[in-house]
Design a protein around this ligand. Structure first.
Ligand code: HAM
Length: 419
């Protein structure tokens, strides 16, 4: 057992899996940038207060935060999510609205680690500040949907709800409180009720099921404006042929949501961890952070969980990271120094052996590298100012080419192989 291992809920992501992570972000960037969203990089650590604005009653804030006092006596926290940081950045820089942003990176929550739930986990996401047009809700949801489509995922369900205007939400919470106070609930849900009646709806405990079943639903409390906003969102999704399921009990884990809320559920995953991503409107968060009244909407998608869903569906596998060429040098290794440099400069990916290994060991390395060609320099080649090219993947004969012809020769072979 080594002296040190990763902390619980934290993982090393090694190649080739890590290449898949990078490509994941690339695909997300493509989708977001096609729609005019700019990349934002908020810091991973902020004043604790930025995150406590997410709602004092959420577990993310009360139990799961990695917070500490730094050497300058500041009470700081590792970000549990990025929406609050983006809103803080908006208040600090006041960019022109609508401010359309996308982001990617790690977040930290002290949760009980299990498959699909980690203490350090990555998200990609978008946030838009400064517009409360319902068509923006449609755009945001459609971008999430398009991203899943590009990954090749099919077994994703879009769950949709509206939590109403702030007043509607408050009246609904009162109604829920009185309903649950007289209902038969587990002790855990009673404790949740005292803090946040909405979250009782999230209980997966079977003993709570009938009380939740009989609970009032938010639609009975929607104001006309909230109902109209929601109808426009639905019509927009229908116009884009994006299928959705109305889930009037979808409340989500953060307290800042108003009006549209949504979740992307992965149908291949265990129901406790099947949220691949989610988001909604948070028209009030910027104000809570000291900014002017500013509507906002966005979502975040969990990279870890989405990749589990990709594995389940057999899509978006690790990309091929094999090199094109492997240089085998049996005349001391100096030729390989120059050849690898020259080939890389020409855009050909190339690896080599070190430590003066035997021809046999180097050829083994070449085969293991997955390279299409070995470029071999021995004493005969060196004397004749030539190199040998041996096809490794396709079979075929080894040929000798003039040293000066190596780059164009390999380029045309590789091009042909790609055709
Ligand atoms: P969230 O629902 O807390 O929302 O997280 C979004 C996604 O991050 C989840 O659906 C899940 O895939 C992933 N995730 C969350 N916690 C973990 C964990 N411990 N391990 C692995 N994956 C996890 C937010 O974070 C909001 N900021 C979303 C948002 C953006 N709303 C508006 N804008």
């Amino acid at each position: 057992m080594p002296a040190f291992q990763t902390s619980p809920g934290m993982r090393d992501i090694l190649a080739p899996e890590s290449a898949r992570w990078r490509r994941f972000t690339d695909v997300f960037a493509e989708v977001a940038e096609l729609a005019g969203y700019g990349f934002v990089i908020p810091p991973m650590m902020e004043d604790l207060g930025v995150f406590t604005r997410l709602g004092e009653a959420t577990e993310i804030v009360t139990k799961e935060m990695y917070d500490f006092v730094d050497k300058g006596d500041r009470h700081v926290a590792l970000r549990p999510e990025q929406t609050a940081g983006v809103c803080r950045a908006y208040v600090e820089h006041r960019p022109i609205t609508p401010w359309k942003t996308w982001y990617s990176g790690p977040n930290f929550r002290y949760e009980k680690p299990q498959r699909g739930r980690y203490r350090q986990f990555d998200q990609v996401g978008i946030e838009v500040l400064g517009s409360d047009d319902a068509h923006l809700d449609v755009e945001v949801i459609a971008l999430g949907w398009e991203f899943y489509r590009r990954l090749g995922l099919q077994r994703v369900e879009l769950l949709l709800n509206s939590l109403g205007e702030p007043g509607d939400r408050a009246r609904y919470i009162d109604a829920l409180r009185s309903h649950f106070e007289s209902a038969d609930l587990t002790a855990q849900s009673r404790a949740t009720l005292a803090k946040n009646p909405l979250r009782v709806l999230d209980s997966k405990r079977s003993e709570d099921e009938s009380a939740i079943e009989a609970a009032p639903t938010i639609d009975q409390y929607w104001s006309d404006a909230a109902a109209e906003h929601f109808a426009t969102v639905r019509a927009g999704l229908e116009a884009l042929a994006i299928p959705y399921t109305i889930d009037l009990k979808l409340v989500r884990g953060l307290d800042y949501y108003r009006r549209t809320t949504f979740e992307f559920a992965g149908l291949t995953l265990d129901s406790a961890q099947n949220a691949l991503g989610g988001g909604g409107r948070y028209d009030g968060l910027v104000e809570a952070l000291g900014g002017p009244p500013t509507p906002g909407i966005g979502f975040a998608l969990g990279v870890d969980r989405t990749l589990i869903a990709c594995d389940d569906e057999g899509v978006f596998g690790a990309p091929d990271t094999d090199v094109d060429v492997f240089v085998v040098d049996t005349v001391g290794g100096g030729e390989a120094v120059v050849l690898t440099h020259e080939l890389r400069a020409a855009g050909i990916s190339v690896d080599r052996s070190f430590d003066g290994r035997s021809m046999k060991a180097q050829m083994k390395g070449a085969n293991r590298s997955g390279a299409a060609y070995a470029v071999i320099v021995g004493s005969d080649e060196l004397a004749a100012d030539e190199v040998a090219i041996r096809p490794l993947r396709s079979g075929g004969d080894q040929v000798s080419v003039a040293r000066s012809e190596l780059v164009p020769d390999l380029q045309s072979r590789l091009e042909e192989g790609n055709r």
